[in-house]
Design a protein around this ligand. Structure first.
Ligand SMILES: [Zn+2]
Length: 246
């Protein structure tokens, strides 16, 4: 009865909670986004989380990466996260990968997970996650946050909807790092928790998933905006690998 408050929601019900409890979710990047995603999914009852990050906990992480505490500074992030998540929900099985994944390693891992959650902070990793999502037919939930701004994007491979590459080409995303530009603590957590909701929607099918839409949070005006992104006919990820060839 631990999950009673979710089960009473008719859109979730016992059936939806069972899907959540059986799910395996891959979280890439355990910074501000990844820690918020992991805490929310672990609490919600996701059965298995795999955490990927090669970084260690630093004091400058603590204002927004609330999963970690002072005494964990210097620890690998994935080990520190596992320790804390076990205290939140011991029913959640946590696997950890303390290294930057090569493409073959990421492909192998993606094949055994139902959703990839992109919580990385650089374009190269985002491109790799998108390619692997499409190649392994694994839904991708991307989040990003910098300064007072956040963005969310869901890609479901082989649905004739755009992939993250289509979005990136349209907006020519600049590589902004939180180290140089700053980030407001609640903004990154808000985006991370939103990614967790999108994962639950994919796992259980409740509500309307914003596939093909870029959702942007403007923290200076406290407003959400949504933009429809058409597939890019020249996208090298989703337009060169039609579903029937897989
Ligand atoms: Zn594309």
């Amino acid at each position: 009865m631990r999950y009673n408050r979710q089960i009473v929601l008719p859109q979730i019900d016992l059936d939806g909670q069972e899907k959540i409890c059986r799910a395996k979710v891959l979280i890439i990047g355990m910074g501000g986004l990844g820690t918020a995603v992991a805490q929310s999914l672990c609490g919600s009852g996701v059965g298995n989380l795999t955490l990927v990050d090669d970084d260690v906990v630093n004091a400058t992480n603590l204002p927004r990466q609330w999963l970690y505490s002072d005494n964990q500074c210097g620890m690998p992030k994935v080990a520190a996260a596992k320790e804390k998540l076990a205290m939140i929900n011991r029913e959640c099985v946590i696997d950890t990968v303390d290294e930057r994944l090569t493409k073959p390693a990421l492909q192998a891992l993606s094949e055994s997970h139902q959703v990839i959650v992109d919580c990385t902070d650089n374009l190269a990793a985002r491109r790799l996650n998108n390619e692997v999502s499409w190649q392994t037919n694994t839904p991708l939930v991307s989040g990003a946050a910098v300064r007072f701004e956040g963005q969310l994007f869901v890609s479901i491979p082989h649905t004739k909807m755009p992939c993250y590459g289509c979005l990136e080409q349209r907006f020519t995303q600049t590589e902004l790092s939180c180290t140089e530009t700053g980030i407001l603590s609640p903004v990154v957590s808000l985006i991370g928790v939103s990614q967790a909701q999108l994962v639950l929607q994919i796992l259980t099918g409740f509500g309307v998933l914003p596939v093909g839409k870029l959702t942007v949070f403007d923290g200076l005006h406290f407003q959400w905006h949504s933009f429809t992104i058409p597939p890019n006919a020249h996208c090298q990820v989703c337009q060169t690998q039609p579903a029937e060839q897989l």
